[in-house]
Ligand binder design. Structure first.
Ligand SMILES: *Cc1c(COP(=O)(O)O)cnc(C)c1O
Length: 348
């Protein structure tokens, strides 16, 4: 199966697995795993933060950050398509007792004016706005890159109102590679920022949450409470270190392949629109007379290609280190065949 469903579909390479063999390990719960410590130091430096903590998943990074910045009854601000809103099983409500106020930015990039409007005035009747969250890149808006000036501007509105800031940086390194602007610059005005190792970086487990020493100290207690404390986690961290050494610069190849796909998909008669392709995600909508997204997913699967349906007529294709130009050509051929009746109708 050629898997364009997600950049989480990567399998650790042989070289990445070999990085595990000689890694030093210790008890991570007591912060005595040397490989995990090395990874945390490296990610803290990469993102320009004082401290970092290794967690099993990006979801746990988001949920620990939300918990540490809020009190039950508070409100947090997120884009309406954010992972936090749609794919974390209601954790902000379940674990932190917070409400979410969504804003709708064009392609996931909302404006400082929208943030100002979403922040609650000081009133005993209203929830307290405690946290602003941004996603870099904006996954379900097509992998859009927030320009640093926009990040600065929304963070400033939050800061001026006493609202904490959090960056879901699942694909922050895609944004850094695409923009040529270092990850630390993107992260600068955000109190907590994390990166995922299981997306384009190709590791099987792990994410690192960074922030001030005080915030990461709080995160350690929450990690214990949420059941995220590990033991010889150097086994996983060594693969993350390998990913930082070998799989960051090559993200540009994923972006090029996504751009190639975006152009060709956009030229298909049955496609109503392709969201702007900036990084490794191609999201497109089918015209009303085309087969549904679910039908296309099935038809492609029958031809050995996996893509994702995210809505009745919306499809997402993600490039990563386990798909190449030949895979992209197979995808295009399968897609043309699946959409053939519409194409034939259009030209008749
Ligand atoms: C994948 C993803 C997450 C969650 O990360 P996991 O490591 O899968 O838990 C959070 N936010 C965004 C934007 C993601 O794409």
């Amino acid at each position: 199966m050629i898997d364009f469903y997600s950049d989480t579909s990567t399998r650790p390479s042989r070289a990445m697995r070999e990085a595990v063999l000689d890694c030093e390990v210790g008890d991570e719960q007591t912060d005595e795993d040397p490989t995990t410590r090395a990874l945390c130091e490296r990610v803290a430096a990469l993102l320009g933060k004082e401290a970092a903590i290794f967690l099993p998943s990006g979801t746990m990074c988001n949920e620990i950050a939300i918990r540490l910045h809020t009190q039950p009854g508070d409100e947090i601000i997120c884009d309406h398509l954010a992972h936090i809103v749609n794919y974390e099983a209601g954790a902000p409500a379940a674990f932190s007792g917070v409400m979410i106020r969504t804003v709708q930015g064009p392609d996931g990039v909302f404006s400082p004016e929208q943030v100002a409007e979403a922040i609650r005035p000081d009133s005993r009747y209203m929830p307290r706005t405690a946290l602003l969250c941004v996603e870099q890149t904006a996954n379900f808006s097509g992998g859009t890159v927030w320009p640093p000036e926009m990040l600065d501007a929304v963070a400033k509105v939050a800061k001026d109102a006493g609202v904490a800031t959090h960056m879901d940086g699942a694909r922050l390194l895609n944004a850094a590679v695409k923009s040529g602007i270092p990850a630390a610059r993107h992260a600068r005005d955000f109190d907590t920022v994390w990166i995922d190792f299981t997306k384009g970086l190709g590791a099987p487990i792990g994410a690192v949450l960074t922030g001030s020493k005080a915030d990461i100290d709080k995160a350690w207690r929450l990690k214990q409470r949420f059941g995220g404390a590990m033991r010889q986690s150097g086994i996983a961290a060594s693969m993350c270190l390998y990913a930082l050494d070998h799989n960051v610069d090559r993200l540009a190849e994923d972006h090029d392949l996504a751009a190639w796909l975006g152009q060709r998909i956009g030229a298909l008669d049955a496609v109503a629109q392709v969201l702007p392709v900036e990084t490794n995600i191609v999201i497109f909508d089918l015209k009303p007379d085309a087969p549904t997204a679910a039908e296309i997913v099935e038809a492609l699967r029958a031809r050995g290609v996996q893509v994702g349906a995210f809505g009745a007529r919306r499809i997402r294709v993600v490039t990563h280190l386990d798909v190449d130009q030949a895979a992209a050509e197979t995808l295009m051929a399968a897609l043309r065949l699946a959409l053939a009746p519409v194409t034939a109708g259009a030209s008749a």
